[in-house]
Design a protein around this ligand. Structure first.
Ligand code: NAP
Length: 280
């Protein structure tokens, strides 16, 4: 598994991590826990969760029990809770559900009604108390990032978690360049399109298949690798089945050639810049 520096932090984080939205959906927490633990064994030690994800935080808590130090653990506060006091209380509830004393990174899930100043003050307070080691944002477009930078100052905001998959490359227009210029990590979510991965009979699916065959890999591994092809990028596929976690981790050491990247780029064009940053 390839690791790289996470934004301005000193932490080395795997390029392929693990998402947890709907991880409890199959009604089989034991299998979900086994999938996350196998993922950890295979180096996918960045685990992304959120207070919004129902029982996911408890499942993650069970999966990381006894191995907390291996994990780069991220959770998120819902915008409706992101007041000064509400953010602190939400973080404490997440810590209790995760059965841990700290988060490696805490994110504002998306912008809501509370001023960013209030949320960021709470983040800074949590960081002073050692309850979070860093903080960031999610679903922020460039104007939001600029405002956040203005409020917090350089180097405080460590990542922006945004929608990024082969068929949704909007971040490449402005968000990704802004983050790269300012040393902010970009964590791409829903790398498989939240369950809409290009099928083998589509043109794009065939391109992925051909590249995969040349590497003894799978189309999904090729897709994940494309999505972390720049040094600022990380991705967090969600797998509630151990065999899926194993396949995803296999992308961690794959290397694509410039020609292969160009073929994928052509098969999944990034399209024009949308008016608003898309999110799920
Ligand atoms: N910040 C935000 O606003 C935001 C929004 C959306 C998502 N996220 C984060 O990003 C994570 C990933 O996004 P997502 O869960 O929406 O979608 P995703 O990772 O694009 O897709 C998940 C789907 O892909 C399947 N899958 C995973 N690995 C597979 C494999 N190797 N072979 C076949 N199928 C496979 C999963 O199946 P199984 O579960 O059956 O294994 C699940 O159905 C989330 O879990 C969450 O942590 C953040």
């Amino acid at each position: 598994m390839e690791f790289r520096r996470f934004g301005p932090t000193k932490r080395q984080v795997p390029v392929i991590g693990q998402g947890t939205w709907y991880i409890d959906n199959g009604g089989d927490p034991a299998t979900a826990i086994a999938a996350l633990q196998l993922g950890l064994d295979l180096g996918m030690t960045h685990i992304d969760t959120a207070e919004m994800y129902g029982a996911a935080e408890q499942i993650v808590g069970a999966a990381i029990a006894g191995r907390r130090d291996e994990v780069f653990l991220v959770s998120k506060v819902l915008p409706e809770n992101a007041s000064r006091k509400g953010t602190i209380a939400a973080c404490e509830r997440s810590l209790a559900r995760l059965n841990t004393d700290w988060l490696d990174c805490y994110l504002l899930h998306w912008r809501g009604k509370y001023p960013l100043e209030d949320t960021f003050e709470a983040f800074e307070q949590l960081q002073l108390q050692g309850k979070i080691l860093s903080w960031g944002v999610s679903n922020f477009d460039v104007s939001d990032l600029e405002e956040a930078w203005e409020i917090a100052g350089a180097g405080r905001l460590v990542c922006n978690q945004v929608l990024y998959h082969l068929q949704e490359r909007a971040i490449e227009h402005a968000v990704l360049p802004w983050c790269e210029e300012n040393g902010v990590a970009v964590v791409g979510y829903a790398p498989f399109g939240h369950g809409k991965f290009p099928g083998p009979r589509t043109h794009g699916g065939r391109v992925l298949q051909e590249i995969a065959a040349a590497h003894d890999a799978t189309p999904r591994q090729v897709a994940l690798r494309f999505l972390v092809r720049r040094p600022s990028l990380f991705t967090i596929p969600k797998a509630s089945k151990p065999e899926h976690a194993a396949e995803n981790a296999g992308a961690g050491d794959l290397r694509l050639t410039a020609a292969e990247i160009a073929l994928i780029d052509e098969a999944f064009p990034r399209g024009p810049r949308p008016r608003e940053l898309p999110m799920i």
